[in-house]
Write a protein that binds this ligand. Sequence first.
Ligand code: NAD
Length: 242
Amino acid sequence: MRKKVSVVTGGSRGIGRAICEMLLDEGYTVVFIATNDKKSREFISERGGDLHYYRCDVSDPVAIEETCRRIKDEFGTVSVLVNNAGIQTHVPFLEMSAECWMQTMDINLNSAFYFCRAFAQGMVDNKWGRIINIASMSARRGSNKHVHYCASKAGLVGMTRALSLELARYGVTVNAVCPGIVDTDIVQETLSFKKEIWLGEMHVKRLGQPADVANAVKFLVSDASDWVSGQSLDINGGILTP
Ligand SMILES: NC(=O)c1ccc[n+]([C@@H]2O[C@H](COP(=O)([O-])OP(=O)(O)OC[C@H]3O[C@@H](n4cnc5c(N)ncnc54)[C@H](O)[C@@H]3O)[C@@H](O)[C@H]2O)c1
């Protein structure tokens, strides 16, 4: 039987990389999207296996469309899509430019729309698919200097609910994961002054690791989660218990 094809955006490091490794372990063909050629080549040479890299800036819808077309031409139907690429800048709202707002929306939210649009029809035709959006606990509560980030992640959660309503009937489940504080590049600046406060709020007294998030995604891509759709799963060591 032909292996299922998965696509992970922002897969060269951090949480995305851990998700790629999990999918390889689960027997998927893994295609990851990134912009860093050096890191991406290193990942492929370190890990090997059925792992493939496409360079694409996900803030550019034309580049996404072209990249998705090439992926479909080379690999056929994509069965698993993980929208993981994201940025977080720290900008007080009163100083926030429209460009800053739009850049965050383009990368964190709009890219998920374009990737879903490119691959959802193939999943529906195949009567099986999994879409996982990597949101954040910032979808659930405000955080300082992150109006744009919080809005983009709440947008992903809303998109997850509504898209599930349209696709799950065809065997395509749509879920989000909302990580708390995971020890990757994106949080290093804030960790330098906030680590102890965060650890104090956590029930499990350690930072999250990329594998903690990948393990949740492992469940959501599996057949064991067949009846789970439209949900946003909190993976945060208990820092937020809504
Ligand atoms: N680390 C955390 O504490 C945490 C918490 C909640 C949510 N998240 C989310 O998890 C996801 C992964 O973040 P991470 O923690 O691994 O951080 P990271 O900074 O290591 O990874 C971000 C990934 O997104 C990619 N990316 C950013 N802009 C891109 C662009 N324009 N085109 C293509 N790729 C682009 C980066 O290359 C990188 O691979 C992000 O969406 C982030 O918002 C992280």
